[in-house]
Design a protein around this ligand. Structure first.
Ligand SMILES: NC(=O)c1ccc[n+]([C@@H]2O[C@H](COP(=O)([O-])OP(=O)(O)OC[C@H]3O[C@@H](n4cnc5c(N)ncnc54)[C@H](OP(=O)(O)O)[C@@H]3O)[C@@H](O)[C@H]2O)c1
Length: 227
């Protein structure tokens, strides 16, 4: 069976993707810092999904993940991410605040890519979860947006450097999740689609295997209807 690793798979998009991949006959490992939550998610998602609790910024956790895939890995989804607390104007940001967001959203996924690259099987793919914030300039979103722009850039540079792997940066679009609620505190976000709604686009991506590049989930499902 193909093997996938999804960072931050205990909630939101990561959890929805784990469910979608498991239903498509993938074996999936999900991660998350909250041990109880990630283990509950894995047992609710069924026997194809296993949990490894930990923080992507922790090198020991990343090594433990590599240990799970000694027999090879077909898909890494760098999904775990942080807004870095309440959104604020760039001039009100702190050095530590910027470092924390970029450590989680840029440094950790690239470290995981380096750690896992030798374990990738022929035909493997990396999906780095992007955002519309990577290409737009929204007031107060600067730290997070810059992290996603950097992640996009690194993904596409890897695509130019390492032709044996598919490198995809995917903007999933707005989704009704904890992170989205944290970005809009006190707002009613029930008009945003659930993360499950974008899973078919990811399955279409994996089935259609378009060239490495940056895609919006919204453009994938109709373009690769074979999934
Ligand atoms: N929601 C949106 O509207 C939206 C829009 C565009 C892009 N995105 C992107 O989509 C991805 C998923 O977001 P989401 O909305 O699904 O978020 P979410 O519901 O808040 O879920 C985040 C997941 O990541 C885990 N996580 C967070 N920090 C982690 C860390 N340092 N190490 C390991 N796991 C960590 C969380 O578990 P723990 O807290 O237990 O660690 C949880 O499982 C992110 O990359 C986000 O930037 C979201």
């Amino acid at each position: 069976m193909p093997q996938a690793l999804i960072t931050g798979g205990s909630a939101g998009l990561g959890r929805a993707l784990a469910a979608g991949l498991a239903a498509d006959d993938w074996d999936v490992v999900i991660t998350g810092r909250d041990r109880d939550r990630v283990h509950s998610a894995a047992s609710e998602l069924g026997p194809r999904v296993a949990a490894v609790a930990g923080d992507v910024t922790d090198e020991a956790h990343r090594s433990a993940l590599a240990g799970r895939f000694r027999d090879g890995l077909d898909l890494l989804v760098n999904n775990a991410s942080t807004l870095g607390g309440p959104l604020r104007p760039v001039l009100h940001s702190s050095d530590d605040g910027l470092r924390q967001v970029w450590e989680t959203n840029v440094v950790a996924p690239m470290a995981l890519v380096r750690t896992l690259r030798p374990l990738l099987r022929p035909g493997a793919a990396i999906i780095d979860i992007s955002s519309d914030a990577a290409v737009e300039h929204f007031e107060t979103w600067g730290a997070y947006a810059a992290s996603k722009a950097a992640l996009d850039h690194l993904t596409l540079t890897l695509a130019a450097e390492d032709l044996d792997v598919r490198w995809w940066a995917i903007d999933p679009g707005d989704m009704r999740t904890q992170m989205h609620q944290e970005a809009f505190p006190g707002e009613d976000i029930t008009d945003r689609p659930l993360p499950e709604s974008v899973v078919p686009a990811f399955l279409a991506l994996l089935a259609g295997r378009p060239p490495s590049g940056r895609y919006r989930a919204a453009q994938l499902a109709p373009a690769f209807p074979g999934a």
